[in-house]
Design a protein around this ligand. Sequence first.
Ligand code: NAD
Length: 502
Amino acid sequence: MNQTAPPTAQDWRARAAVLPINGQAFIDGRYVDAASGATFDDVTPIDGRVIARVASTDQADVERAVAAARRAFDSGAWSRQPPRERKRVLQRFAELILAHRDELALLETLDMGKPISDSLAVDIPATARCIAWYAEAVDKVYDEVAPTAHDQLALITREPIGVVAAIVPWNFPLIMAAWKIGPALAAGNSFVLKPSEKSPLSAIRLAALAAEAGIPDGVFNVLPGYGHTAGQALALHMDVDCIGFTGSTRTGKLMLQYSGQSNMKRVWLECGGKSPNIILADCPDLDRAAATAAGAIFFNQGEMCTAASRLIVEASVRDRVLEKVVEASRAMQPGDPLDPATRMGAIVDEIQTRTVLGYIDSGRSEGASVLAGGQRVREQTGGCYIEPTVFADVQTDMRIAREEIFGPVLAAITVQDAEEAVRVGNGVEYGLAAAVWTRDIGKAHRIAKALRAGMVYVNCYDADDITVPFGGFKQSGIGRDKSLHAFDKYTELKTTWIDLSQ
Ligand code: NAD
């Protein structure tokens, strides 16, 4: 390969062909098979090939991993290290992630089908940045002394919660894990990560880098496996103190049940969305709004919790906006994820592909009009590809207007004014993100306040920084990832009263 030029599609295919892939679990500082010896096939959605056999962990492995995590926690080898020492190790961890950027990006793309250019530019740098940010933060966060009476002293301190289990989805496998690994490990917890069965490979590789960075045995464990086996056993475990979950609202509700059926473990949920993107007639730049609207639903194949899947547009600008959105969608046709020029890759697997196509059928049969896309494509590759799809004439009671599709499908709804836009925007069970486009600053603030969503964007979409909390209202979840607020999830507050009167 030419060392100076960036790798081509052919280079990436050649690298993929010889990439060593480990499918084992990582427990107590070592790679191991599942206790049962069971494995499942890891199929790439790029062309349907089996690329690895992955340990299918279950209850027995969960027992081993949680016991190792508890032992490590109680030993103090990590939990009682000075924060600056944990900082040093986690900074090294972040550096190692960046040093293995190409390998991790390739694993991410092979496993879940996103374009290699996105894995390289977004997923791996954001993962490293997140872990480095919490590393840097942890020796700058102070505890409190309460303003009590003169002869009393009340200390309010934060302690690591103990054994944290993270159960994460497949759309941004490493980033979703990092949002939990960063604050949980920085705070001194032990950690058991269960990646999605659809995308376990990067998490498995990450474990070796954690060990190389100096994270002690037992502090960081990875259990690949299915939700109903490994995931459920973790969530029901009596010695897991906290679950950091990201995934669907349906599974999030199960987490709350598992907690109630077991030890009342803390449950933090980052769940689904059906986010409204409201473009009003006084939008400052309709072309930019339309291009952003297309990116906000079609980036990552639409497999984004914050996907702006409902475009709510004021009637007088509807035609112009939709024309531009359709134009932008044509520039995002699915291609080979290993080609650096590809902007839209493969849908994660056959099951998700069928789900998305089912929603496209339901949109058609409920009477919405397809302005663009609507078909499965590139079937000759053996992979999973769906065109960016734009529906117009969508009514609020249609399934495509209410349910999370998690694919490249936009539902455009026309409204008469800002008031109706807010009513429609708030009219679903989710409340993750929302956006409004207007040049009127007063109106922007009023609408931002009225929208029931954890993140509201004004004249932009998906603005992102690790310093800013991320999470939802309503059935989009409980708690916030990112920012210093994430430490609240993985620490307990303790009050210590000292009597000074004697
Ligand atoms: P999912 O709920 O099917 O799975 C998520 C994780 O839960 C996986 O690891 C899975 O194995 C596990 N799981 C499934 N059933 C389980 C059970 N019975 N017990 C324990 N664990 C179980 O979700 P998904 O399809 O992987 O991801 C897509 C969903 O994730 C979408 O709804 C999306 O909006 C959401 N998501 C939310 C955010 C956010 O920050 N709010 C971010 C990314 C994705």
